[in-house]
Design a protein around this ligand. Structure first.
Ligand code: CO8
Length: 373
């Protein structure tokens, strides 16, 4: 069987930043206006007052300081509370394809590959901006890649699950190399009027090249030793956005159509699942947590990452062992562990072992054990 390797990776940052302070100022202005306009109804118990948010809470509860956003205009405007993204026509490059291509070009460069070296494109993320034609096929066309492309959605585990498909395709010889891209345009699905969730997400695009070791010519590459995926149904992280709203007469933009979650329950249920998943995956390879030099973990909440690595190591992981990118990027759905990897892997010596692991909505957990070549 062919040995599949990760030969390139990259992160593309959208051009705008929103700090916690800016976000909280906007949310609080919106809430105060709502509370004052509805003072009588709130007093009589017919309406609920909107609670205020705080930048200090956001940082303490999540580790997030700021997030990148694809279009800042509109997101902080209390008369709008959602980004203003201009609609593009059928003949124009779609927003997500543009984000995907920006990261893909950087990853190709990192892998020392040209588009003609690639055999398949997977665009995998929490949402795609349309159903068809697939964003992956649009990207494939723009980059001049032969072969095939498809989109897949697995929320926070979209990137790791796509890397697993890429690994299998390269090992099986279905294709010579795969470009896995995660254009995470989360901001249109954020409810900026919801105190519990308004701070969680940021936009980003990441890309990874997976190919056979025989064709690998990059400076920093990793053997993929094995992959593991698990899913368990839960309603604790949910978005009801979808095409059926057109027929149900439901408001297609009501709060339940946006991202919402029972954050405490997610925290309590997902941490032990993720820790067990990694322990099981390591033991399938006769490895223990101590054998790993680096943990490129999903970036939803710093406290989750600290807890998971502590459960496995029996001590706190250092930032060098388990890098955190949440402070700069916030939760970028499936891209988090890939940002952590792309920015923190070149320094490891040959033979070093690490794990890339995502955990989130579904629930879904995906991991890859990799070794520096
Ligand atoms: N400002 C001030 N106070 C607040 C705020 C706020 N913004 N929010 C809550 N509080 C208050 C609460 O009211 C509560 O007050 P009290 O103690 O008086 O009741 C107190 O602070 C503590 O509240 P919580 O218990 O809710 O706070 P936590 O410490 O649990 O932190 C978190 C909340 C940060 C949400 C935390 O629970 C968490 O991170 N959980 C894990 C969530 C997670 O990982 N989710 C994964 C989602 S991502 C995913 O799967 C991908 C989905 C697809 C992408 C979607 C793109 C849009």
């Amino acid at each position: 069987m062919t040995q599949a390797v990760i030969s390139g990776s990259a992160v593309w940052n959208p051009p705008h930043v929103i700090t916690n302070e800016e976000l909280v100022d906007s949310y609080n202005a919106y809430s105060e206006r709502f509370n004052s306009e509805n003072a009588l109804a709130i007093e009589s118990g017919d309406a609920e007052a909107m609670p205020l948010s705080s930048a200090a809470f956001v940082y303490k509860a999540s580790g997030i300081k700021q997030r990148y956003i694809y279009m800042k205009e509109g997101a902080l405007d209390i008369d709008r509370m959602r980004p203003l993204i201009p609609e593009r026509g059928d003949e124009e490059l779609s927003h997500q394809a543009e984000m995907a291509i920006n990261a893909a070009k950087l990853a190709l460069l990192d892998a020392n590959k040209r588009p003609e070296d690639i055999g398949a494109v997977i665009v995998s993320c929490a949402y795609t901006e349309r159903a068809y034609p697939a964003i992956a096929i649009e990207v494939q066309n723009e980059l001049g890649i032969e072969g095939f492309g498809f989109d897949m959605l697995v929320a926070c585990s979209a990137a790791t699950f796509a890397l697993q498909r890429a690994f299998e395709m390269v090992c099986a010889g279905t294709t010579k190399s795969v470009l896995v891209i995660n254009p995470e345009l989360t901001s249109p699905q954020v409810n900026y009027k919801d105190r519990d969730g308004h701070f969680i997400f940021g936009d980003v695009s990441t890309a990874v090249v997976v190919e056979s070791e025989q064709t690998c010519r990059s400076k920093h590459s990793y053997d993929i030793l094995g992959t593991k995926a698990v899913t368990k149904y839960s309603n604790n992280i949910r978005s009801n956005f979808g095409y059926v709203s057109h027929a149900t007469d439901a408001d297609p933009f009501s709060a339940d159509k946006l991202f919402h979650q029972a954050g405490r329950s997610v925290f309590k249920e997902v941490c032990p699942m993720a820790a067990q998943h990694i322990a099981d995956h390591l033991s399938e390879h006769d490895l223990t947590a101590d054998s790993l030099s680096r943990w490129w973990l999903h970036q939803a909440n710093i406290n989750m990452n600290l807890l998971i690595s502590k459960r496995l190591l029996g001590r706190d992981a250092t930032l060098e062992e388990a890098p955190i990118v949440l402070d700069e990027y916030a939760n970028t759905a499936s891209a988090g562990s890939i940002i952590a990897f792309a920015k923190n892997h070149q320094d490891l010596p040959a033979g070093s072992l690490g794990v890339i692991c995502s955990f989130g909505a579904g629930y879904s957990i995906g991991s890859l054990i990799i070794r520096k070549r």
